[in-house]
Design a binder for this molecule. Structure first.
Ligand code: DQA
Length: 151
């Protein structure tokens, strides 16, 4: 069974209390449960993590690249939070490892402030998902499972 790695970037530990009108009332623990259920439905193991530190996220992407090369990882679903809009380092980590990336956002970033319209990750992503609320995580897992089955 291959693993889906789900990484969450800065401030996503605040889900549930953070701007509920934008991000909803589910906590990150609720999101992890939703992901566990979706992974179980699609025959994937789940590795779910959050960090507020860019360098830690870079290290985890390197680890993901090695796991994908070894055949144990289906791919990476990544909500990079605000680092999406600022981080060349995260772009380079994805490009440098060749890991399969699905970029994810809970909110529709294109309906929000102009500074959220640019993503450093999108050019390195296989697919991009935004605006489905936290259900987007389950949809992204379904998409990753389909990509994995298609080879
Ligand atoms: C976000 C959107 C980003 O612009 C923001 O900085 C976040 C969360 C989302 O999930 O909608 O932290 O990635």
């Amino acid at each position: 069974m291959k693993t889906a790695l789900i990484l969450n970037g800065p401030n996503l530990n605040l889900l549930g209390t953070r701007e509920p009108a934008v991000y909803g009332s589910a906590t990150l623990a609720d999101v992890e449960k939703l992901c566990a259920q979706a992974c179980a439905e699609h025959g994937l193991a789940l590795d779910f993590r959050q960090s507020n530190h860019e360098g830690e996220l870079v290290g985890w992407i390197h680890e993901a690249g090695r796991a994908q090369a070894a055949g144990t990882l289906a791919g990476l679903i990544f909500n990079a939070g605000a680092y999406t809009h600022t981080s060349v380092a995260l772009h380079d980590a994805v490009k440098g490892t060749g890991v399969t990336l699905i970029e994810l956002h809970i909110s529709n970033v294109f309906a929000r402030e102009a500074f959220r319209h640019h993503s450093f990750l999108s050019p390195a992503a296989r697919a991009v998902m935004c605006g489905f609320g936290v259900q987007g995580y389950a949809l992204a897992i379904a998409g990753l499972a389909q990509m994995t089955a298609a080879g």
